[in-house]
Design a protein around this ligand. Sequence first.
Ligand code: SF4
Length: 346
Amino acid sequence: MRWVEQSAAGAEDGSLPGLALNEVAAMPGHLRTVRPPEFKGVVCHEVLAKSALNRVPGESSMPFDWTVNPYRGCSHACVYCFARGSHRYLDFDTGADFDSQIVVKVNVAEVLRRELAKPSWAREHVALGTNTDPYQRAEGRYRLMPGIIGALSDRRTPFSILTKGTLLRRDLPLLAEARERVDVSLAMSIAVGDHALQQSIEPGTPGTRARLETIAAATEAGFECSVFLMPILPHLTDSVLQLSRLLRDIRDAGARSVVYGPLHLRTHVKPWFFEWLERTHPELVPRYRGLYPGSASTVAKAYRQALAARLRPMLRDYGLERGARRTPPVERIRDALPVPGAPTLF
Ligand code: SF4
């Protein structure tokens, strides 16, 4: 979806002093630009969107056809983020601008509600969190997700949410209500167990521990959470010990399954990622150049095969394969035992 397809007539330019005019002039539907004092260094461009539902291009390998993205840009600022290229459409750069110039579709829930009310809407699955994170920091201020969840559930439209944001917890009661009407799936993205590395490569995100606790809260609320263990970073997060510890923590948090994938470096991410690698792990640069030669965005085949050979048995051992029925950890069995004297259900 391009911004030129979303022009809203009558938008006013409310740019702040000090913000270059060309940053907002080409932004259709622009209402105003604010620098929320609670988010240091983040600029929010509030816009009126003309559409909310995005159709996934036919050639895409994604297992869904529709997405909703309330925000463009993402203050979670993951160095490896594959969505960086999408910021070019706004005349922003794919590096620091992607992390700090956040476009907020303030009317997304109303527009979505209108689109879902059309007789032609076939109630197909809608995926959230596939481009930028719907529970990034701005969501704490704008609270767009409750309106989106309400619109989807009122219109009997199944949906999924993928996030790194612990703000998901705020909406668990609403999501549990929605689940009474439609299928709702939740997934948390967790890929780095080491705290220092995690903060370095995902500087705007909640830490891994906080995300694990969010999985536990979602599990407690009756959801079967999955985890996206991606991207796995060659020579940084792929040792048996690192993967094993992380899978153990993921299992103990209550997640039901894990999907994994190695680092993918699209054209507009690659320079940004290598700049970070040179700064933080210069000794790994030659090895990464070997794994991602020239313009290659996918890691070398031999690495992919070795990673699969390493991880598949581990996922099996931890009961985290997709579709696996897992015996709960001992402590969950213990917690599930009836209290002496309490009425039993069977
Ligand atoms: S949370 Fe997701 S969308 Fe946001 S920067 Fe990280 S990878 Fe990109």
